[in-house]
Ligand binder design. Structure first.
Ligand code: AMP
Length: 176
């Protein structure tokens, strides 16, 4: 059995993780965002291995490792997803739009014209996260009558496996 990790309340299979350092993880996203008139934007999350809801509660060693990891991953992901820039965000607390109570950095590849107005991306992230929070709540209540499929575990695993090869890993968490 492959190891699992926590992202807030959610169990994450190692197959959906593409990067591991001493204190951080890189995770492919469950639900990509879709700008109005372009294709889906797939993006990744970087988080501390320890479940810590708020940024201020990280140790300085975790902060250093998290941002070092985000820095390493950012360059690779931008190139890999043929971005021309990156939106890097951290929503710290529910009033800032955080839906998963576990610190995480969003690394979102950007291209010219992906959003008609550049800053519309923030409204899009916020809206999608609210929908996702509702959806995940329904799933945990075992009343999943939601037909809309975000991404399958296989799809996420295949993306993570492709990305994994591009990084030096601190541990091998992927062998069964
Ligand atoms: P935030 O609203 O800033 O807390 O962002 C939550 C992010 O976590 C969103 O981008 C979701 O798509 C993503 N997400 C939620 N649950 C999972 C999961 N089980 N696996 C991967 N990504 C997830």
């Amino acid at each position: 059995m492959m190891q699992t990790f926590q992202f807030g309340p959610w169990k994450i299979a190692a197959s959906e993780i593409f990067y591991i350092s001493k204190l951080s993880l890189g995770l492919v996203n469950y639900k990509p965002i879709v700008p109005g008139r372009m294709c889906t934007v797939v993006y990744v999350l970087v988080l501390p291995r320890r479940v810590v809801p708020r940024f201020a509660d990280l140790t300085s060693e975790e902060v250093t490792d998290l941002f070092h990891s985000a820095h390493t991953i950012a360059a690779v992901v931008e190139k890999e997803y043929k971005g021309e820039s990156l939106t890097i965000t951290l929503q710290d607390g529910p009033q800032a739009g955080q839906t998963v109570p576990h610190v995480h950095v969003h690394l979102i590849p950007r291209r010219a014209g992906d959003w008609a107005n550049n800053d519309d991306i923030y409204g899009e992230i916020d809206q999608k996260e609210k929908e996702l929070a509702k959806e995940l709540k329904r799933k945990t209540a075992a009343v999943d009558n939601e037909e809309r499929k975000p991404r399958t575990p296989e799809d996420m695993a295949s993306e993570a496996a492709a990305l994994r090869k591009l990084f030096a890993q601190a541990e091998n968490i992927w062998s069964a």
